[in-house]
Write a protein that binds this ligand. Structure first.
Ligand code: NAP
Length: 481
């Protein structure tokens, strides 16, 4: 027998004040309108469609707006319409491109459950041929579908709390599965107990373990709460849980971020899978080894850098990205073409080397073990050498990618006389926020960039990959302070 859904209350289990919107995202032809209507009728709430709202507001059709005013104008109207949708009991069926605008995702994700509907390209094409509308581009219908799906793939995945393949299922059955997800979540009781046993063997602070117990097995468990975490060994020092949980609170997302600390990556990936985790931030020593667990990797991550620090689980696919290199690149964009020395040749140095080369810098990698510097330099086509060669180079920029200076280590990778006032010093170490190297460089009048800047940028990029929301730099800076 089907479990009963309490009419008018989207939050389940229903506690009266827990009413969430259901937002349906996905490409045209994936069944949003039909499934939205069925859900609305089952739950006895209204359904609203962002494209219809736009057409009512402007008195014009979507193709007309695209044709006469262009996509940018259309997106701006769409943003206004989305911002005005009620925040409580309503089913929202969205236009296919809403996921591309981080502001839309911020509005739509707030206090809501976002369900991504997807289908294979043959099914979408067949469905769209039945209700033709003027093309939005000069491509054939199939080409247009393929190109748009490809362009939006990452944003669709980021938009979803729950994915539903509608290729071979009826709208009624799809709606049933969505309702079942709202009531029970995905992991079974056994799976949740297994996951909890895993977390109990780690070094979680008691308050986090209690929170996980509540989420996974507590009597007032909210089945929609999803888990993310940092995967590493050790990783108890990571600032990511504090930052991400504060962001979930701020953006009103039903997620909890914790530590997946274990010497066995296999164990971590298994628990993440059975928990249907939304994603993982990956740290030492797993950034390379995690690649073999992935179905897809972005072109920067595995193919060029050889390391993944972000894993997104969505729609049955496990995808890896690298945001470390973006965290190094962003604070250095004004230094294009500089002479740079990179200290260290480990995992983070690989992302740093990629970022520096991307900024057309003349890069020399210096490392304790010269052979490791040589290997890394050969991959990226830069110079390499031993630590002693620093004095000969006189770089504009020094990037420290070794753990020297990381608490409790108080060593400085460079002597004071090697630092000059016209040098920029970027220390990737961020515990403590002001390292011995940064302190010495400031005393010598150098421009300095702390590892916190890298942490902020890589975390912002991760948040975008997980949720499709762009967090302002200042907000992250405030939260990690
Ligand atoms: P890793 O893979 O272990 O590499 C460490 C590198 O430092 C290697 O090249 C190693 O040289 C060198 N090294 C280690 N100890 C040394 C010593 N005593 N003297 C000289 N060189 C030494 O580590 P990683 O993952 O690249 O991380 C490096 C640092 O980046 C971390 O300590 C962390 O503080 C920082 N980090 C910052 C962020 C951020 O967001 N800001 C993110 C991740 C990491 P050999 O080749 O000779 O072993």
């Amino acid at each position: 027998m089907r479990e009963q859904i309490v009419p008018g209350i989207l939050g389940y289990p229903c506690t009266g004040d827990e009413m969430r919107r259901i937002v349906l995202t996905g490409f045209r032809g994936t069944g949003k309108t039909e499934i939205g209507k069925i859900l609305a009728s089952r739950l006895n709430v209204p359904v609203t469609d962002t494209d219809s709202l736009i057409e009512t507001l402007t008195g014009r059709s979507i193709p007309d707006i695209f044709h006469d005013d262009g996509e940018e104008r259309f997106r701006s109207i769409e943003r206004e319409v989305i911002a005005s949708i009620p925040k409580a009991d309503v089913i929202v069926s969205t236009g296919g491109g809403v996921v591309c605008d981080p502001k839309n995702m911020e509005y739509l994700r707030r206090d809501s459950t976002v369900v991504l509907l997807f289908a294979d390209i043959d099914t979408i094409e067949k469905r769209l041929l039945k209700k033709p509308r003027p093309p939005l581009t000069s491509l054939t219908l199939r080409e247009e579908i393929a190109s748009m799906l490809d362009r939006r793939r990452q944003q669709y995945r980021a938009s979803s709390d729950f994915c539903m393949d509608t290729s071979v299922t009826s709208p009624e059955h799809a709606a049933e599965k969505i309702l079942a997800f709202l009531q029970t979540g995905i992991p079974t009781e056994n799976q949740r107990n297994t996951a909890l046993a895993f977390f109990k063997t780690g070094r979680l602070p008691p308050v986090s373990l209690k929170k996980l117990e509540d989420i996974l097995t507590g009597p007032d468990r909210n089945p929609r709460t999803r888990i993310l975490g940092v995967a590493g060994y050790p990783c108890a020092h990571s600032r990511s849980p504090k930052l991400f949980n504060a962001l979930f609170e701020s953006y009103r997302l039903d997620y909890y971020y914790t530590w997946f600390e274990d010497p066995q990556l296999d164990e971590i990936m298994n628990v993440a899978k059975i928990l249907d985790a939304k994603g993982l931030s990956v740290t030492i020593p797993f950034k390379h080894d995690v690649i073999e667990y992935l179905d897809e990797v972005d072109e920067h991550a595995a193919q060029k850098i050889g390391a993944v620090n972000t894993v997104v689980f969505a729609c049955g696919t496990t995808v890896g990205y690298n945001t470390d290199w973006l965290g190094v690149r962003k604070p250095l964009v004004s230094m294009k073409g500089a002479d740079a020395v990179l200290l260290g040749a480990g995992g983070v140095a690989a992302g740093a080397a990629y970022a520096l080369m991307d900024l057309d810098m003349d890069v020399t990698i210096l490392n304790r073990t010269p052979d490791n510097a040589k290997k890394l330099a050969e991959r990226f086509g830069c110079r390499w050498g031993t630590w002693e060669e620093f004095d000969r180079i006189k770089p504009d920029l020094v990037v420290n990618a070794t753990p020297l200076g990381m608490q409790p280590d108080t060593r400085n990778p460079l002597r004071v006389d090697q630092l000059h006032r016209d040098m920029t010093v970027f220390d990737l170490v961020y515990t403590p926020p002001v390292t011995p190297l940064i302190e010495a460089a400031r005393a010598q009048g150098c421009r300095t960039i702390t590892g916190i800047e890298m942490f902020i940028e890589q975390a912002r990029e991760q948040f975008y990959l997980f949720f499709g929301i762009d967090v302002p730099v200042e907000k992250v800076r405030e939260l990690v302070a």
